[in-house]
Design a protein around this ligand. Structure first.
Ligand code: TXE
Length: 456
């Protein structure tokens, strides 16, 4: 497999891909290795993960350079991701031992009832490229601490980072037959679906997610899907500071080039502040530095996948054709690299793909609304259900809007953020199951009920 730098289009590495045969050999090894790993205590397993975290932090500059080279993520954002993802290890350190411990429910007379949390076994982690640390850690760190073995398939666009995870995992004391990174594209992912894993944990597109769910359905093993979104942000007329709201909204839309699962993908603005908001938003986007992602000043790099450029161009064209105004950007930058100027479309409506279909890139549509009711109706007019956000001064007003959202996460005066202390889950086309939080630890276990009757 050839690895291409999306900023230069140069081939920067080559890997021998895994095959159905190597996959099957690694799977058998993981099956055997998991048994011994499960016999270690959660505290011992956690110790390895903490060492892994320390090694990643010690080598973060080298690792950030790798991530930037293969995905085009601006270097400062690569460092932010590596530093930020460490909070998963802090969360596990606080909670895992307690959450994985046996729970005695009844101990009266000669009746003793308890729950134990057994690992699932060997799990398949088919992963994405946009935040390989965040979305990878959400699955493989939690799975390992719970006593599972993991076959990790990074996206073909983040294979080098995947190989680094494997290197540091083994250096941290996680046995080779407990964590394996396999290299390949969707075809290799397909081969993983044919093996009998004890759970499938996927991050990626809706289309592939549904395909995986259908393919593994008959195995009757746990399946979790973290898919995309079309996350709305509503700026209400009582917002404390319109300019600040515009700055935050633009960051939510354009951070990581808009390639975040919970990126702000569409914005609704109350009509009384619409013009002021749009001007501040366009001005803010004008301050972004686009260029070489290896430079510390760059905020907008290339998009990771060349194919996405066409999707974005079509959305811009469709919106303009249907009456939107392109206030800035939208042009492919000539020369090498998959660059598109960050695009701001205003006067949008729900006839336009940009307000309904996932963009996953540096383009945003803004629409004027005349009431909270209209905003709520439009925010819900999507098949996705990952996050929804409101910026406003009145907490009760925000609560009334966000309580009715059919999304896994809601944000008041913030957006595009993830915390390990609360579950990360999508509804409808955004996914199935939850990672992070206590639930995200339990997701990698099966409960066993013990009914103990002591002889009297
Ligand atoms: O996703 P894919 P891609 C969305 C986003 C993006 C689009 C495509 O809209 O533009 O998906 O990205 C593996 N059996 N998100 O191409 O194809 C594949 O090798 C088993 C949102 O990266 O879904 C990779 O490891 N596996 C998302 C993983 O699935 C298969 C993050 C994801 O690939 C397979 C990423 C198959 N048949 C993309 N086909 C988010 N939640 O943020 C592919 N794969």
């Amino acid at each position: 497999m050839k690895i291409c730098n999306p900023a230069t289009e140069a081939i920067i590495a080559e890997y021998q891909e895994d095959t159905a045969e190597t996959l099957s050999g690694k799977f058998s090894a993981l099956k055997a290795g998991q048994k011994a790993w499960a016999l270690r205590t959660p505290g011992e397993r956690l110790e390895c993960i903490r060492k892994f975290g320390d090694l990643v932090r010690t080598n973060k500059n080298e690792l950030a350079a790798v991530l930037t080279a293969e995905t085009g993520k601006p270097i400062q954002q690569s460092l932010n991701e590596i530093n930020g993802a460490h909070n998963r290890i802090e969360h596990l350190s606080e909670y895992a031992v307690r959450v994985l411990a046996d729970e005695v429910m009844t101990d009266t007379g000669n009746t003793h009832e308890k729950i134990t949390y057994e690992p699932l076994g060997v799990i398949a982690n088919i992963s994405a490229w946009n935040f390989p640390y965040n979305v990878g850690y959400n699955v493989f760190l939690y799975a390992l601490v719970a006593g599972n073995a993991v076959m990790y398939k990074p996206s073909e666009y983040a294979a080098m980072t995947g190989k680094q995870f494997e290197k540091y995992m083994h250096l941290s004391g996680v046995p080779r037959d407990v964590f394996q990174c396999v290299i390949g594209d969707g075809k290799l992912g397909q081969s993983m679906l044919e093996l009998n894993f004890d759970g499938y944990f996927f991050t990626g597109s809706y289309k592939t997610g549904v395909h995986i769910a259908e393919t593994v359905a008959r195995k009757l093993v746990p399946l979790q899907l973290e898919l995309g979104g079309k996350d709305p942000l509503y700026i209400a007329d009582d917002v404390a500071d319109v300019k600040q709201a515009a700055i935050h909204a633009a960051e939510g839309a354009f951070y990581n080039n808009g390639q975040s699962c919970c990126a702000v993908e569409r914005i609704y603005v109350a009509e009384s502040i619409y013009n002021e908001f749009v001007e501040a938003f366009v001005q803010e986007v004008g301050t972004y530095t686009m260029g070489d992602p290896a430079s510390p000043d760059t905020f907008i790099g290339p998009v990771t996948r060349e194919a996405q450029l066409e999707v974005l161009a079509k959305q811009v064209e469709d919106a303009v054709h249907k009456g939107a105004t392109l206030r800035t950007g939208g042009e492919r930058v000539p020369g090498k690299g998959y660059y598109i100027e960050p695009a701001v479309l205003i006067n949008c409506n729900h006839e336009m793909d940009i307000m309904k279909e996932e963009s996953f890139g540096p383009v945003i549509g803004i629409q004027k609304v005349s009431s909270d009711e209209e905003a709520v109706r439009l925010m819900q007019d999507t098949g996705y259900g990952l996050t929804a956000a409101v910026f406003c001064a009145d907490e009760q007003r925000a609560k009334a809007i966000l309580d009715v959202m059919d999304t896994g996460t809601v944000y008041w005066n913030c957006c595009d953020r993830v915390s390990p202390y609360v579950p990360w889950s999508g509804r409808r086309n955004s996914g199935l199951g939850a990672t992070l939080s206590v639930q995200g630890i339990r997701a990698f276990t099966r409960p066993k009920a013990y009914h103990w009757r002591k002889p009297s």
